[in-house]
Design a protein around this ligand. Structure first.
Ligand code: HEM
Length: 251
């Protein structure tokens, strides 16, 4: 198993991290991306990303891997693209403030949501207020398409800021997709979170001790043999499903 030493940066909940963690987990349980007991799984609720790189990074764990400077640099790359874009798009941002203003506010929100501590006071209320009052001219299919394109280009060009850990990009995609789905409902635009692959389903460790005989029998042959192998059982000694079920019942 390949491991990395984490956290690289000290983590803390922020003004918005706990609430969006809860609502993301609820939605992910419903979609089957996280198991039903995800709210109690340390590897999910922790602000530190799993050291085992076969486990996904939840977006509130990104700060533990990236720290402040790399997050700010990714956000800077995005706003440099925004400010170099066409006037119909750029002007809406310019009206609110300059490049550095936008880098600072957006980065403070990312850091807060990603486990870096309280940086984005006002949390989701503030976010919604700004989009409703100042960004409205762009909260439609045309504006969103441009926003998403510039963000995807930024992320594609930022791999050197992602700690050589392929889970980071997938987790950022998941973070952005979460907000996009929320906004598409709120502002009624087409949900186009085409940032790339998002976190896949988290495989949970099967615990035979907590399972009924029927539940163990209900596992697929692959699930059963994988779970036995994980517990160092030599499955060649138990060549059919019934033998493996009997072994599992003894564990
Ligand atoms: C759907 C496409 C989006 C568009 C067109 C858009 C547009 C804008 C604009 C024009 C502003 C400046 C308004 C202001 O600061 O008052 C803004 C601010 C902001 N946006 Fe978005 N945005 C989009 C998606 C997102 C997403 C997905 C996130 C979160 C990941 C986000 C986070 C923010 C933040 C944190 C601010 C700063 C608000 C503040 O000053 O507190 N936006 N957005």
């Amino acid at each position: 198993m390949t491991r990395v030493d984490l956290p690289k940066f000290p983590t803390r909940h922020g003004y918005m991290s706990e609430k969006i963690q809860q609502s993301y987990i609820n939605a992910a349980i419903e979609n089957g991306v996280l198991p039903p007991d995800a709210h109690r799984m340390p590897e999910v609720v922790s602000l530190t990303a799993p050291g085992d790189i076969t486990k996904p990074i939840q977006f509130w764990q990104l700060y533990s891997v990236l720290g402040q400077d790399q997050i700010v640099d990714i956000v800077r790359g995005f706003y440099e693209r925004v400010f170099a874009d066409e006037p119909w798009f750029t002007s809406v941002f310019k009206w609110v403030g300059g490049l550095n203003h936008h880098i600072a506010t957006q980065a403070s929100m990312w850091i807060d949501a990603m486990g870096g501590g309280p940086h984005y006071h006002g949390a989701e209320f503030r976010l919604s207020f700004h989009h409703t009052h100042n960004a409205m001219a762009l909260m439609n299919d045309k504006g969103v398409e441009r926003w998403v394109t510039l963000m995807r280009e930024t992320l594609d060009a930022s791999s050197d800021l992602m700690a050589d850990d392929p889970r980071v990009r997938t987790s950022i995609n998941t973070f952005l997709a979460y907000f996009m789905t929320k906004y598409s409902d709120e502002f009624r635009f087409q949900d186009r979170h085409i940032f790339g692959e998002t976190n896949g389903p988290l495989k949970c460790r099967i615990n035979f001790m907590k399972m009924t005989t029927e539940a163990i029998e209900g596992l697929s042959e692959k699930e059963l043999s994988d779970a036995l192998i994980e517990r160092s059982v030599d499955v060649s000694q138990y060549p059919n499903k019934q033998a493996q079920v009997s072994k599992a019942l003894m564990m």
